[in-house]
Design a protein around this ligand. Structure first.
Ligand code: BTN
Length: 330
C-alpha cells in the first residue's frame, strides 16, 4: 500500500472512505492504514476521521502541496515519470537527470525540484529558480533513433507543456518558436534539452522544463518579457497536478513521434500553437540578420521564414540562430 494510492482514493471518493475498505483493498492492518493517514497529515494534508464513516480528505482551496506523493497521486501515465525523484532543493534537475541516466536508470525517469541553486537556461544563461512557487523538472529519454532526429523532442515537450498548462488557465497559451510557452506575448516556460550521443547512436536525452507558476510578481528586469500562470489569471495552481498533466501530455505526443521517429504526425498541431505564425520576425543569423514573415515550421522543426527583402524562403534551424519579434519579445 502506497501513500499516494490512499491519497488518490480519498480524493476520488470526494467523501468518506472507510478504514475497513482500505484495509481489505490493500490487505493491511488498521494500524498500517492509520500510520499512512498520519504520514499524509504530517505532509500537510487535512484528513478528517470519523468513527463510523472513516477518513475524508479536506481539500483546501489554493493549497499547493508539492511532494513526490502528491505528484504520484495525480500521475496517470504508463511509463513517463513512473520513476520519480523529488528534491526540495538541488543544483539543477538537468544535472540530476543526467546522473540517473549515467547510472543506467530506465527511460522515462523524471526529476522534479522545488528549488534550484544553479538552474540553467538556453545559451548558457541562468534560470532563476526560487523555492515554493515554480516547477523545475527534467525528463530522461533513450530514443532509439539517430541523433539528428532527436532535436524535435524539445518541440514535442513544448506542445505538451502548452496542452497541460492550457487546462489550468483560461488565457490562450502559445509557443514562441522553438520552445518557449507564452501567454499575452510573455514567457511562462522555458525548455533546455541536452543530449549525450555518438555519431549514430543516442545514449540519452534530457529535457528540462522550467514553468513560472505561482509567482505573484516578476523581477522588474524581466517584467516586459516574462510572466507567470498565476499573474495571467490562473490563480494559485497545484503544481503537482500540473507536473502530472505535463507528463501525461508528453507521453501521448511522444507515442506519435516514436512511431516513425518523426515529427510529421505532430507538425500541424504544433503550427496551430505557434504564435509567430504569420508574424514579422527578425532572424539573428550569425551570417547576417534579416527580417521576414514566419510561415510555420516544417517536419524537421525548422522555422520557415519568407524574407522581407527578396521574398526568398529560408529554413531556420533552432540551434544556429535566434528569432525575435519586431515589436517585442514575440
Ligand atoms: C530557457 O532558457 O528558456 C530554458 C530554461 C530551462 C529551465 C529548466 S528548469 C529545470 C531544468 N533544470 C535546469 O537547470 N534548467 C531546466
Amino acid at each position: 500500500m502506497k501513500n499516494e494510492e490512499i491519497l488518490r482514493q480519498l480524493r476520488d471518493a470526494g467523501g468518506y472512505v472507510s478504514g475497513q475498505e482500505l484495509c481489505e483493498q490493500y490487505g493491511v492492518s488498521r494500524t498500517a492504514v492509520w500510520k499512512a493517514i498520519r504520514q499524509l497529515e504530517k505532509d500537510g494534508y487535512v484528513i478528517e476521521a470519523q468513527n463510523n464513516k472513516g477518513y475524508r480528505l479536506v481539500e483546501k482551496d489554493g493549497a499547493d502541496i508539492f511532494t513526490k506523493v502528491e505528484i504520484e497521486s495525480h500521475l496517470d501515465t504508463e511509463w513517463i515519470g513512473r520513476e520519480l525523484l523529488f528534491l526540495k532543493e538541488t543544483t539543477s534537475t538537468n544535472i540530476d537527470a543526467k546522473n540517473l541516466a549515467e547510472k543506467g536508470d530506465p527511460a522515462g525517469a523524471v526529476v522534479v525540484a522545488d528549488m534550484q541553486t544553479a538552474g540553467r537556461g538556453r545559451r548558457g544563461r541562468e534560470w532563476v529558480s526560487p523555492a515554493g512557487k515554480d516547477i523545475y523538472m527534467s525528463l530522461m529519454l533513450r530514443p532509439q533513433c539517430r541523433p539528428e532526429k532527436a532535436s524535435v523532442l524539445t518541440l514535442v515537450m513544448a506542445m505538451s507543456v502548452l496542452e497541460a498548462v492550457q487546462e489550468f488557465v483560461s488565457q490562450t497559451c502559445g509557443i514562441k518558436w522553438p520552445n518557449d510557452i507564452v501567454i499575452n506575448n510573455k514567457k511562462v516556460c522555458g525548455i533546455l534539452t541536452e543530449m549525450s550521443a555518438e555519431l549514430d547512436r543516442i545514449h540519452y536525452v534530457i529535457i528540462g522544463v522550467g514553468i513560472n507558476v505561482n509567482q505573484e510578481q516578476i523581477a522588474v528586469e524581466i517584467q516586459d518579457k516574462a510572466t507567470s500562470l498565476c499573474i495571467e489569471g490562473g490563480g494559485q495552481i497545484r503544481r503537482a497536478a500540473l507536473v502530472a498533466r505535463v507528463l501525461h501530455c508528453f507521453e501521448e505526443n511522444y507515442a506519435i513521434f516514436e512511431k516513425d521517429w518523426d515529427f510529421s504526425g505532430l507538425v500541424d498541431k504544433y503550427n496551430s500553437y505557434l504564435v509567430n505564425r504569420g508574424r514579422q520576425v527578425r532572424v539573428l543569423d550569425p551570417k547576417g540578420a534579416y527580417d521576414g514573415i514566419a510561415k510555420g515550421i516544417n517536419e524537421k522543426g525548422e522555422l520557415i521564414v519568407e524574407r522581407g527583402d527578396d521574398g526568398k524562403i529560408e529554413l531556420v534551424y533552432a540551434g544556429e540562430v535566434s528569432v525575435r519579434g519586431i515589436y517585442g519579445y514575440v
